[in-house]
Design a protein around this ligand. Structure first.
Ligand code: NAP
Length: 486
C-alpha cells in the first residue's frame, strides 16, 4: 500500500451514495501495467466501515428504486449504453493498461457492455409473472417476480467490465440496488464504468463502487445481513469461501467459477477449422478466460497433422503490448500469474509432457509475457490436464475413440465448456448430450457467448445459476404468490 498520491497518474476512488470518496486513512493500492511495469494509477482501499456504509446506502436507495416503473429504470440503462459508446476508446485503453488484453479485445468487451445494457433494458418489459387456475370459486391466484434488495457483485480481472455489466444491469432492471467490488487489478476501469452510470443519472445509492482487498471487502459483503444476493465470478476457491460465508445469513449466491475446457477433435474433423478454433480459444486473452481451451483431446490418426496446424498458427501470433496495433497476445495479468504458468509447465515436463512450441517467458519484451505453449504426450490425469492454469498453455491428449475422448473430457472437477469438431451428426449429437458442461460447442472453439443465451457451468464451475440471458432473473428476483378472493 502506498500513502502517497501523485497527480500525474489516474486515481480510483470509492463511489458511495452518489459521491466519489477517498479512503479515510489515505490507504491506496497500486494498479500496474503488466506490459511495462509502469504505474497506471492508485486506487482507494476501502475500510470495513466504508463497505458497511455502502450497503446501508444501497439498502436505503432500494426502497425508492424498486418502486420506479420498469420502463423508467430501463431508460437509465439505455442512456448508459449511449454514454459507453462515447467513452469506449478511453475505457478500452485503461482496461488494456491495467490487465494487458489487446486493445481490440477491450473494445469488443465494451461492445458487450453496451449490448447487455440494451438487452436488459428490453428484458425489463418481459419480467412476466404467472397466473394459476384457482382451486376454489371466486378466487384468482397469481405469482409475481420481486426484487430482493442489495446485490453484492464481485468480479474478476479477466473481463473487467463485461461480467460487471451482466450482474449490475440485471440487478438494476429487476429493482435491486448494487454494491460492486471489482478485482483490484482493474479498479480504474471499474471507476470509469461507474462514472458512466453516474452520468446516466442513476439516483444516489443505487450503484456503489467499493475497491480494496478481496479479503476485507469481499468478506464484509459476504457476511452482511443486508446483502441479500451475492453474484460472484472468480476462482472456485474464493467461490467456495463466499458460499460458506453466505450460508450464515442464508443469502442467495450465484457462482460462476473456473474451468478446464477441452476441444475434442475426431478423425473425420475439418482440421483447418479445428486448428483455428483451438488457437483462438487457447491463446486469445493470453489464455486467461474461464472458457479458454486448455486441453485438446484428439483421435490418434489425426493427432500429428492437427498439432502441426495448431503449432503453425500459434507461432504466427504476434506477442506484445496490447496498446500497439497488430499484437494478438498481450502479457499475463501480473507476476504471480506468470509464476503460476511457469510452475505448471515445469510440472508438465516432470510428468512426461513434451513441449512442441513455446514454454518460455518472452524476456526481451520486459513485461509478464509468456509464449503460446503446446505440450503433447499429456495423460488425462496429469496435473496440467486437471487443474486450471489461466495462461497460454495447451495440453494435447491422444485417444483411440470418441467414447474415451468424452470420458477424458468429463474427467475433471470442472464442467464449463466443451467443444467437438466432427463431421458426424451422430457424434456431434452424442457430445451435446454426454458432455457434462454448461456450454457445448459443435465445430466452434470453447469460448463464445451470445446475448440471450444462458451462460454458466456444471460441477465445480458453478452452483447451477446462469447469467447473460433472462434466466439471470432466477438470481435477481424472488417469487411472491398472491391469492385474491373476490
Ligand atoms: P479470484 O481471485 O477468485 O477473485 C475474484 C474476485 O473475488 C476479485 O474481486 C477478488 O478481489 C475477490 N476476492 C478475493 N478473495 C476474496 C475473499 N476471500 N472473499 C471475497 N472476495 C474475494 O479470481 P480472479 O483471479 O480475479 O479471476 C480468475 C478466476 O475467475 C478464474 O478461476 C476464472 O476461471 C474465473 N472466471 C470465471 C468465469 C465464469 O463465468 N465462470 C468468468 C471469468 C473468470 P481482489 O482482486 O481484491 O483479490
Amino acid at each position: 500500500m502506498s500513502s502517497q498520491i501523485k497527480t500525474d497518474i489516474l486515481q480510483g476512488d470509492l463511489y458511495i451514495n452518489g459521491k466519489w470518496v477517498s479512503a479515510p486513512d489515505q490507504s491506496y493500492f497500486e494498479s500496474l501495467n503488466p506490459a511495462t511495469g509502469e504505474l497506471v494509477g492508485i486506487c482507494a482501499a476501502a475500510t470495513k466501515e466504508q463497505v458497511n456504509e455502502a450497503v446501508t446506502n444501497a439498502n436505503e436507495a432500494y426502497s425508492q428504486w424498486k418502486n420506479i416503473p420498469i420502463p423508467e429504470r430501463a431508460a437509465y440503462l439505455t442512456k448508459a449504453a449511449q454514454l459507453f459508446e462515447k467513452r469506449k476508446e478511453e475505457l478500452a485503453r485503461v482496461m488494456t493498461m491495467e490487465m494487458g488484453k489487446v486493445l481490440h479485445e477491450s473494445l469488443g468487451e465494451i461492445g458487450v457492455v453496451i449490448a447487455t445494457a440494451q438487452y436488459m433494458a428490453g428484458e425489463g418489459r418481459r419480467l412476466y409473472g404467472e397466473t394459476v387456475p384457482a382451486g376454489f370459486p371466486d378466487r384468482n391466484v397469481r405469482m409475481v417476480r420481486e426484487p430482493l434488495g442489495v446485490v453484492a457483485c464481485i468480479t474478476p480481472w479477466n473481463f473487467p467490465v463485461a461480467l460487471a455489466s451482466y450482474k449490475i444491469f440485471s440487478a438494476l432492471i429487476a429493482g435491486n440496488t448494487v454494491v460492486w467490488k471489482p478485482a483490484s487489478e482493474v479498479a480504474l476501469s471499474a471507476k470509469i464504468f461507474v462514472e458512466v452510470l453516474d452520468e446516466a443519472g442513476l439516483p444516489a445509492g443505487v450503484v456503489n463502487l467499493i475497491t480494496g482487498s478481496g479479503r476485507t471487502v469481499g468478506q464484509t459483503l459476504g457476511e452482511h445481513l443486508d446483502v441479500k444476493v451475492i453474484s460472484f465470478t472468480g476462482s472456485t476457491e474464493v467461490g467456495q469461501k463466499l458460499a460458506e460465508m453466505s450460508s450464515k445469513t442464508l443469502k442467495r449466491i450465484s457462482l460462476e467459477l473456473g474451468g478446464k475446457n477441452a476441444v475434442i477433435v475426431l478423425k473425420d474433423a475439418d482440421l483447418d477449422k479445428a486448428a483455428d478454433g483451438i488457437v483462438k480459444s487457447a491463446f486469445t486473452t493470453t489464455g486467461q478466460r474461464c472458457t479458454a481451451a486448455s486441453r485438446v483431446i484428439v483421435e490418434r490418426p489425426v493427432k500429428e497433422l492437427l498439432v502441426q496446424k495448431v503449432v503453425e498458427l500459434a507461432k504466427s501470433m504476434k506477442i506484445g503490448n496490447g496498446l500497439e496495433e497488430g499484437n494478438q497476445v498481450g502479457p499475463l495479468v501480473n507476476e504471480d500469474q506468470l509464476h503460476t504458468v511457469e510452475k505448471y509447465v515445469k510440472k508438465a515436463i516432470e510428468e512426461g509432457g513434451r513441449i512442441v512450441t513455446g514454454g518460455q517467458r518472452v524476456k526481451k519484451l520486459g513485461g509478464y509475457y509468456y509464449e503460446p505453449t503446446i505440450i503433447e504426450n499429456v495423460k488425462p490425469n496429469d496435473t496440467i490436464a486437471q487443474e486450471e492454469i489461466f495462461g497460454p498453455v495447451l495440453a494435447i491428449i491422444e485417444v483411440d475413440s470418441y467414447e474415451t475422448a468424452m470420458e477424458v473430457n468429463n474427467g475433471t472437477i470442472y464442467g464449463l465448456s466443451t467443444s467437438i469438431y466432427t463431421e458426424s451428426l451422430h457424434y456431434a449429437n452424442r457430445a451435446a448430450k454426454e458432455a457434462v458442461s454448461g456450454l457445448v460447442y459443435i465445430n466452434n472453439g470453447t469460448s463464445n457467448a451470445e446475448m440471450g443465451v444462458a451462460f454458466g457451468g456444471m460441477k465445480m464451475s458453478g452452483n447451477g445459476h446462469r447469467e447473460v440471458s433472462h434466466h439471470v432473473f432466477d438470481v435477481m428476483t424472488e417469487w411472491k404468490s398472491i391469492y385474491t378472493n373476490y
